[in-house]
Design a protein around this ligand. Structure first.
Ligand SMILES: *Cc1c(COP(=O)(O)O)cnc(C)c1O
Length: 500
């Protein structure tokens, strides 16, 4: 199977090439030329399989240029009990007779980004070999918090790669920051950017599209790639866990094969929810996609009106990984909804970058609304959702997952839809311990406490264990203290690579 660009359909590259490059040269995103379809029998057989086998089932249909041996090497290098603490890798938690949390945060950094970023470096190593790449790959990452650490953990000490992570100096949690500035590994660098996530992301995009700079890098035997959720190698492993969740519901007798389910996804860059949509395109019976946003509710408005308008105030919220005004992966979805119209997608993306706004056709809007329901939750509602979930079910969720739960409750109240629903649970509550503790009603339990006392407090309050990787941060040395402006990001890259 080959991959085309959302802005130029005549481009056709192998998956190894798509994964190695990240972004197409003219700025478009790589998408599969067609979608493999799976039968209900296939889906039924997944119920008895391990997570690794489920991953093989999905990945082998897309990465057709990888040999079986290469695929298994990637899968076995990523999804292990040692790294995820559970053989299930992405277990389902039954909340009640209609709602299930899909726990995507059992990986090394306690957030769902691990699901993709543990396997991406393996994909990349294989892809480099397959395409006879002689240059060293330089991964540039702009992060709103979770991606950065997950990418650093995934890439650290992977031969033939370097990684530089930029995070907004105001807009990540204290724990997220600690996780990044204490990162070990010989091939890693971390810098804070003055500004918000979009500033960091735009800075990275600017480096990616600077031809003169890229030739300078090439002369020094470096090649840029991206670990952001625009890379196909990030997206494809996310399709797996929707199949896995469905297979677990079948296995546990919660649904029969062929029954439709809904999914709720706390959304930022639109990668996770797009993966669920791709699963449906392959034949997974999903009825509704409920797209949950925080106060940065560009997508809620887009789904309601067909107008994408990022010209609005940026809010720093208690769910920082969703504080995003430009949802990059939406471009792939638009390409699909327009039946692969690269011209119109290019036009909309040009309008987005010049005016911050575009309007889709009525036909596209209707298609969108027939499948998607958009809702948002402000910080107060999100806090209330954490409290309610703990009180009703004795189950503590993080702030991002709580946005999803809050929007799901609104959806059910508005529609009365009782279809069984999988809610993507995207981070461990320990990662956002302060907000979670306050939400649980323990404001006094927070005052004057440092991050590590907060972890212990939350363990006491929730009955859960402090994740090992977070507890260990206490004894780690801070290694990085770089701070730069948006315009200095290129210098940071040059300094790290020691080029003039
Ligand atoms: C990245 C992230 C999200 C948003 O996912 P997208 O794929 O960017 O839509 C939600 N929750 C958490 C905890 C995240 O880290």
């Amino acid at each position: 199977m080959n991959y085309q660009s959302t802005r130029n359909k005549s481009i056709s590259v192998s998956s190894a090439e798509a994964i190695k490059t990240g972004l197409s040269a003219e700025g478009g995103l790589f998408v599969p030329e067609s979608f493999p379809s799976v039968s209900l029998d296939d889906i039924e057989s997944l119920a008895q399989k391990s997570y690794g086998e489920r991953a093989y089932f999905v990945l082998s249909k897309f990465l057709t240029d990888f040999t079986d041996e290469e695929l298994w090497q990637c899968i076995n290098g990523a999804y292990t009990k040692e790294k995820f603490g559970t053989n299930a890798i992405a277990p389902i938690y039954k909340l009640n007779s209609s709602a299930y949390f899909l726990e995507l945060w059992h990986g090394p950094t306690c957030a769902f980004k691990d699901m993709a970023l543990q396997i991406l470096p393996h994909f990349l190593t294989v892809s480099m070999k397959k395409t006879n790449e002689d240059k060293e790959i330089v991964i540039l990452v702009a992060t709103s918090g979770d991606t950065g650490k997950a990418a650093l953990e995934g890439f650290k000490d992977v031969a033939g790669t370097r990684i530089i992570v930029f995070y907004p100096d105001n807009g990540v949690s204290e724990i997220q920051k600690l996780q990044m500035v204490t990162q070990e590994g010989d091939n890693v660098s971390v810098a804070a950017v003055k500004g918000n996530f979009d500033d960091a992301q735009n800075g990275v995009k600017k480096i990616f599209t600077d031809e003169a700079y890229k030739s300078l890098l090439a002369r020094n035997k470096f090649k840029l790639s991206s670990a952001n959720s625009i890379n196909w190698g990030r997206l494809v492993p996310q399709i797996v866990y929707y199949f896995s969740a469905y297979a677990d519901l079948v296995k546990n007798g919660e649904i029969a094969v062929g029954d439709t389910i809904n999914v709720v996804v706390p959304t930022g860059n639109f990668g996770n929810i797009l993966a669920s949509y791709y699963a449906k395109k392959m034949g997974l019976p999903i009825a509704k996609f409920i797209c949950a946003s925080n106060e940065n509710n560009v997508l809620t408005d887009f789904i309601k009106t067909g107008v994408y308008d990022k010209n609005r105030e940026f809010h720093t919220t208690i769910s920082p990984s969703m504080d995003i005004l430009i949802s990059s992966n939406l471009e792939r979805f638009l390409f699909d909804l327009t039946g692969g119209n690269d011209n119109i997608v290019s036009e909309w993306m040009a309008a987005l970058s010049s005016e911050g706004k575009y309007t889709v056709s009525d036909e596209v809007k209707e298609k969108l609304q027939s499948m998607f329901w958009g809702g948002c939750s402000d910080d107060a509602e999100t806090m209330a959702a954490i409290k309610k979930c703990a009180e009703e079910y004795d189950y503590v969720i993080d702030t991002h997952t709580a946005v999803a739960k809050s929007v799901y409750d609104k959806y059910v109240a508005e529609t009365g839809d009782t279809t069984k629903t999988v809610i993507a649970s995207t981070a461990s509550p320990f990662k956002f311990n302060q907000s979670v503790l306050i939400a649980l009603g323990d404001h006094s339990a927070v005052v004057g406490k440092n991050e590590f006392e907060l972890l212990d407090e939350l363990a006491k309050r929730s009955g859960m264990d402090v994740p090992k990787s977070l507890g260990e941060l206490k004894n780690k040395q801070k290694i990085f203290n770089l701070v730069c402006s948006k315009d200095e990001m290129q210098n940071i890259v040059s300094d790290f690579l020691m080029i003039e």
